[in-house]
Design a protein around this ligand. Structure first.
Ligand SMILES: Nc1nc2c(ncn2[C@@H]2O[C@H](COP(=O)(O)OP(=O)(O)O)[C@@H](O)[C@H]2O)c(=O)[nH]1
Ligand SMILES: [Mg+2]
Length: 470
């Protein structure tokens, strides 16, 4: 341990020296992390952000776009040769086609470099030539961040927590029933191990579908090329004594292996290099799913945001070595599902979730903000007459039928505590309200030259995240 940390420091030290030496000769780089659990809106966010940075007509809240400091923006080969490239052209093509469609879900990390030519501002700016700022955008699943918490847990501790969660979550009963017939002290049987892992994974996936966010190990949901490997073939077990060659002992070993070979490399190779971070959250989706999903979101967000606290555990502290993520934006996505009259309430809920996480985690000087945004606006606003008076709705094309429909998701409370309170108290359903969500298809676009795709507050988000560096 000691030797490892000294070696780490030496490597870091050398890094630091070369950084300073090369700094005057190389262009500044901003590494922007984009995360959120599956379907939170990462792909759409990055696609629209990049399109709107290339065509800046709809970005007035980004100061460098409004005042013309950004001269041009163009895509360049990314710096990391071994990371998949974010498939920007394909996604934009889908979203802007005559029959627009949402991109397929992505389940892995990817990267894209956008380079901006920026005219320096200030006294002598007229004489200076434009400088280049590289924006390296890294898209990675929020599920992977939740795994950070596993580093602090033994297999027995994780098992206890996972079994407790399984009790009243989807397909948890089936897994527990299967477990009842298993003796952890019996010799390892690979067929049984696989069956347990499959049943546990089915339970995690069903929980995720039902709106639960806290479903670890994250790579069970998004296995990529690790599918079927031993590091993903384990499940929680009740108390084990751990004699050699037993199922219990082997699962405990695989759990440790998962931490070492899956969790740590991600944090070391990707997470520790991020300067700015946006965490996307489908708050409306969770509200629709009910109080338990909202409570789970609150806990998961605290865990996700906890990953940005370098003092969180020894492993992270060593990785960051005093470096830190400078800005963290917590964004409630898909705000176009709500008339703007209710955006304030949505932002307040996002703020309350962020505050809760902040109360427990000091982000060591990182600036944080909460916003409600829509990366790609799929609706227009309207007012319809309802038996109780006028109702402020949004109108869009339904994904299932392609038909236009007006939609009212329900009245969000002005005080977020009216939702977060019952959620925390373990309510099963909302008492006095019902919230709906609707799947809208992306709107057909008719873009003027110089305009990017329509959005809500994407420019404000960009100003917060990168505005100070342009
Ligand atoms: N109406 C609306 N829907 C969105 C928006 N962003 C994402 N979505 C929906 O959320 C789904 C998941 O988005 P995606 O970017 O693929 O999520 P990811 O899994 O985090 O990359 C999309 O297929 C859309 O249905 C948005 O700005 N407005
Ligand atoms: Mg994606």
């Amino acid at each position: 341990m000691l030797i490892a940390s000294i070696a780490d420091q030496i490597v870091r030290g050398v890094d630091a020296v070369t950084d300073t030496l090369s700094a005057p000769f190389s262009d500044p780089v901003i590494r922007l992390g984009v995360t959120g659990v599956s379907r939170a809106g990462k792909t759409v966010f990055i696609t629209s952000l990049v399109a709107n940075l290339m065509d800046r007509g709809r970005m007035p809240q980004l100061v460098a776009a409004r005042d013309g400091s950004i001269r041009t923006a163009y895509l360049q080969p990314q710096p990391d040769d071994t990371l998949p490239r974010f498939n920007y052209e394909t996604y934009l093509g889908l979203l802007t086609a005559p029959e627009p469609a949402w991109p397929e879900g992505t389940r892995q990390i990817s990267e894209l470099r956008l380079s901006l030519k920026v005219q320096p501002r200030g006294l002598l700016s007229g004489f200076a030539s434009p400088r280049t700022v590289h924006l390296d955008i890294v898209d990675y699943p929020g599920e992977w961040l939740l795994d950070l918490g596993l580093l602090d847990l033994s297999y027995a501790q994780w098992s206890a927590a996972a079994l407790a969660r399984a009790k009243d979550r989807p397909k948890g009963g089936a897994f527990l029933a299967q477990l009842a017939g298993v003796d952890p002290e019996a010799d390892l049987d690979e067929t049984q191990a696989r069956a347990l892992a499959e049943s546990f994974t089915a339970h995690l996936n069903a929980s995720r579908e039902a709106g639960y966010s806290d479903c670890t190990p994250g790579r069970f949901l998004l296995p990529g090329d690790l599918a079927g490997s031993p590091v993903l073939t384990f499940a929680p077990l009740p108390t084990i004594t751990g004699a050699k060659h037993t199922l219990g002992r082997e699962f405990a070993r695989r759990f440790e292996s998962y931490k070492r070979h899956v969790v740590k490399p991600f944090f070391r190779d990707h997470f520790a290099k991020i300067d700015r971070q946006v965490v996307l959250v489908d708050v409306l989706g969770a509200i629709h799913a009910g109080p338990r999903a909202v409570e789970d979101l609150r806990v998961a967000m605290a865990a996700i945001l906890g990953a940005f606290r370098p003092g969180r555990n020894a492993f992270l502290a060593r990785l960051f070595q005093g470096r830190r993520v400078e800005k963290i934006l917590f964004a409630a996505t898909k705000a176009d599902h709500l008339h703007h009259a209710q955006h304030g309430q949505l932002t307040a809920i996002a703020e309350a979730l962020l505050r809760d996480a902040k109360d427990r985690a000091d982000f060591a000087g990182a600036t944080t903000a909460a916003m409600s945004i829509a990366a790609l606006r799929a609706t227009v606003e309207d007012t319809v007459t309802h038996r109780d008076g006028p109702l402020e709705v949004v109108r869009g094309r339904l994904l299932e039928t392609g038909k236009q429909a007006a939609f009212y998701p329900g009245k969000l409370p002005g005080d977020p505590a009216h939702l977060l309170g019952p959620a925390r108290a373990g309510a099963q359903a909302w008492l006095d309200a019902d919230y709906a969500v609707m799947n809208f298809a992306p709107a057909r676009l008719d873009l003027r030259p110089g305009d990017g795709p329509p959005h809500i507050r994407l420019d404000k988000a960009a100003q917060f995240l990168i505005g100070d560096r342009l």
